[in-house]
Design a protein around this ligand. Sequence first.
Ligand code: EPS
Length: 385
Amino acid sequence: MLKIITAGESHGKCILAIVQGLPANLVISKDFIDKELARRQKGFGRGPRMEIEKDSVEILSGVRHGKTLGSPIALMIKNKDWLNWQEEMRVEESKPVSPLLNPRPGHADLAGALKYGFNEIRNVLERASARETVARVAGGALAKIFLKEFKITILSQVVKIGAIEAPLRELSLKDERKIESSPVRCFDQEASKRMVEAINQAQERGETLGGIFEVAAFNVPPGLGTYAIFEKRLDAQLASALISIPGVKGVEFGDGFKLADQVGSESHDEIFYSSKKGFYRKTNHAGGIEGGVSNGETILIRAVMKPIPTLGKPLRTVNILTKKPSQAFKERADICVVPSAAVIAENMVAFVLTQVFLEKFGGDSLIDIKGNYQTYLKRINWRKR
Ligand code: EPS
């Protein structure tokens, strides 16, 4: 079973991931992991912290001479900002230099302080921070490397920021370059420009913005996930992985919420067969998953992210010690992180797909898994989409 454990605080020394269950003999590229980490840092609307950090992975175990050993892989990414926070983040007994007492509505601040019995909010926010997703992207990058061996590719795009929506357009592998060159990871150039303007305007007003992004996984074979065990349904696992990204509040597959307005015949994908393609569909309302099992079509997911709770113009709150009305604390912060969330989501999707792939095709060595995969593809006569 492929697993990931992450550790680390936002302003602590480093962020860590331990990935257990990847097979042996997978060629690992540190450059590829670093590129994924850099993609996560980008996106118009990021705050000053991203000028301090330049995330780069150190592989501490599980890889030798460029290949996985089959043992747990430990990954470390240093927090450069830690140098400025050593006093506040001391491991040894000491007092906070400037205790935070005014929780931000919409953040984990208050619920976390109550739950753990903290009398200071930094104890919550350091781990609730989306900085933790650095570890998930590093671990997810390993999964992307694994999936590449089977020609499975994952792409994302931003389709909405605040009130600005890009024209509807099916995500295609050919779009990658254009999406990557947009400051907000949006294919449509006109919408990109308007999204950037909206983020600027939000910043001027002390506001923040959320939005919607899409993730697509191409060339996923039929048969991943199962209807037989409820928590192993592929859509259930993907939804859980995406909702776990800080700020993500909703996930839909294929036609998603639109299904409420459609009749049955508009909502399902008729089945065809050719000896060249095997079973295939001409539409993809289901987003590549039926009954919790991949059906061989592109997996299509959309997720909505709420606006960041750290506001330039703070909301009303209550001081956790005095219980007196107050204003939420104001820190340097991002204005919009929807483009980054899309990159994190790609890597989470890669991780889940690798988990279900390994569950189906087993094996602790790449060569055995490839053998199992080829036998299966031959049996079901399924070709690359
Ligand atoms: C975050 C607050 C900001 C973000 C941070 C998440 O950090 P800071 O308080 O240090 O300015 O930049 O995100 C990251 C550091 C990151 O790498 O994504 C928060 O409160 O969640």
